[in-house]
Design a protein around this ligand. Structure first.
Ligand code: ATP
Length: 306
C-alpha cells in the first residue's frame, strides 16, 4: 500500500512546490495518467546541492508530441536545442501555439521528451530524482492558485519552517507586504475560494513571494496573457525583476516589452527555434523577431509597453 500512496504524495508535493496554479492542479490528474511514462530511472539520484551547474538548463535535439495528439499531427516541439547558462535570463517568444509553454513543461518533467535530452545541471532529467529536480525549480505561471487558508499559510507552502520575518522579507521584496498589512487580518487574512478576494496582480505577487522563499536556482515565468492595470503591472514587473536577480530565469513572454533586456531571446515558431540572439542582434537581423516587435509597437493596446 505504501507503494501506491507514495506517488500520490509525491505528486501533491510537486504541485505545491511549483506554486500550483489552477491549470497545474488539473494537470495533477493528467500527471497521474502519465505516471507510467514518468517513473524515475532505476539509478535516478538527487542532484548534488553544491554544483556550479545547478542553474544550467539544456535541450539537446528535443522533440515532443503530446500523448493525446493525433498521429498525423506534427510534433509540438521539433528538434529543439539550446543551452541556458547559470544566472542567464533567457526568453522564449513567438506566436500563440508555437510551443513556448511546452518548453517550460519539459524542464520540471511534467512531460517527457519524445526524443533528445532535457538536461538540468548537466544531467538528463530522467536520471534525476523527481522531487530533487523540482526542488530546484520555481514557477510563476499564468494563474496562481491560492489555497483556502491564511496568506501566511499560503506563503509557507514554499518553505514550511519560514519565520514570520522571512515571510515579511519575501513579501516586501515581492512588493506585496504593504498590501497584506492593509488587509483586515494582515498575514492571517484567509484567502482563496470563499476567502478574501485578491486581484490578479496581488495573486501574482504572492506567487513571487513564494518563489523568493523557495529560492530555487531556476525560475520559470509564464507571463500572464490577461492584462493587468498599469500600476499593478509595474508592481508585478518590479517583483519579477527582484525574483529573477541572481538566478537562471526562463521567461515565456507574450509582450516583448518585458524581455528586451534578456541575455538571449529564442524565437519559437511551429515547434522550432527559428532564431536567437539579444534584442539588438535580432532587430539588426531583421527577421521574425523584428517583425513581431514592429507589430507589437504598432498595436494601440501596447502603447506604453514597448
Ligand atoms: P501561447 O502563446 O498561446 O501560450 P505557446 O507557444 O505557449 O502558446 P503551447 O502552449 O506550448 O504554445 O502549445 C503548443 C501546441 O501544443 C499548441 O498547438 C497546443 O494546442 C498544443 N497543446 C498544448 N497542450 C496540449 C495538451 N495537453 N495536449 C495536446 N496538445 C496540447
Amino acid at each position: 500500500q505504501a507503494r501506491l500512496l507514495f506517488p500520490l504524495i509525491a505528486i501533491m508535493r510537486v504541485a505545491l512546490d511549483l506554486q500550483t496554479s489552477g491549470a497545474l492542479f488539473a494537470r495533477i490528474f493528467e500527471y497521474l495518467d502519465l505516471r507510467p511514462a514518468i517513473v524515475d530511472a532505476p539509478d535516478a539520484a538527487p542532484l548534488p546541492v553544491d554544483t556550479s551547474r545547478l542553474g544550467e538548463v539544456e535541450f539537446e535535439r528535443v522533440s515532443f508530441r503530446y500523448p493525446d495528439a493525433r498521429g498525423e499531427e506534427r510534433a509540438t516541439l521539433d528538434d529543439v536545442s539550446f543551452t541556458i547558462e547559470p544566472g542567464q535570463f533567457a526568453a522564449f517568444v513567438g506566436p500563440s501555439g508555437a510551443g513556448k509553454t511546452t518548453v517550460s513543461y519539459l524542464i520540471p518533467r511534467f512531460y517527457e521528451a519524445s526524443a533528445g535530452s532535457v538536461r538540468f545541471a548537466g544531467r538528463d532529467v530522467r536520471e534525476i530524482d523527481h522531487e530533487s529536480l523540482v526542488s530546484h525549480i520555481g514557477i510563476v505561471s499564468q494563474e496562481t492558485y491560492l489555497f483556502h487558508a491564511t496568506i501566511a499559510e499560503n506563503l509557507r507552502y514554499a518553505k514550511a519552517d519560514a519565520t514570520q520575518e522571512e515571510l515579511e522579507a519575501a513579501a516586501r521584496a515581492a512588493n506585496i507586504h504593504e498590501t497584506i498589512v492593509s488587509f483586515p487580518d494582515g498575514y492571517d487574512t484567509v484567502v482563496g475560494e470563499r476567502g478574501y478576494r485578491l486581484s490578479g496582480g496581488e495573486k501574482q505577487r504572492i506567487a513571487i513571494a513564494r518563489v523568493l522563499l523557495k529560492d530555487p536556482e531556476v525560475l520559470v515565468l509564464d507571463e500572464a496573457t490577461s492584462a493587468l492595470d498599469t500600476i499593478s503591472e509595474r508592481a508585478v514587473q518590479q517583483a519579477l525583476d527582484t525574483a529573477a536577480h541572481g538566478r537562471t530565469t526562463i521567461a515565456i513572454a507574450h509582450r516583448l516589452s518585458t524581455i528586451v533586456g534578456a541575455d538571449v531571446i529564442y524565437v519559437v515558431d511551429h515547434g522550432r527555434i527559428i532564431e536567437h540572439g539579444s534584442h539588438a542582434e535580432l532587430l539588426i537581423a531583421g527577421g521574425a523577431y523584428a517583425r513581431l516587435y514592429a507589430e507589437q509597437a504598432a498595436e494601440p493596446s501596447a502603447t506604453g509597453q514597448l
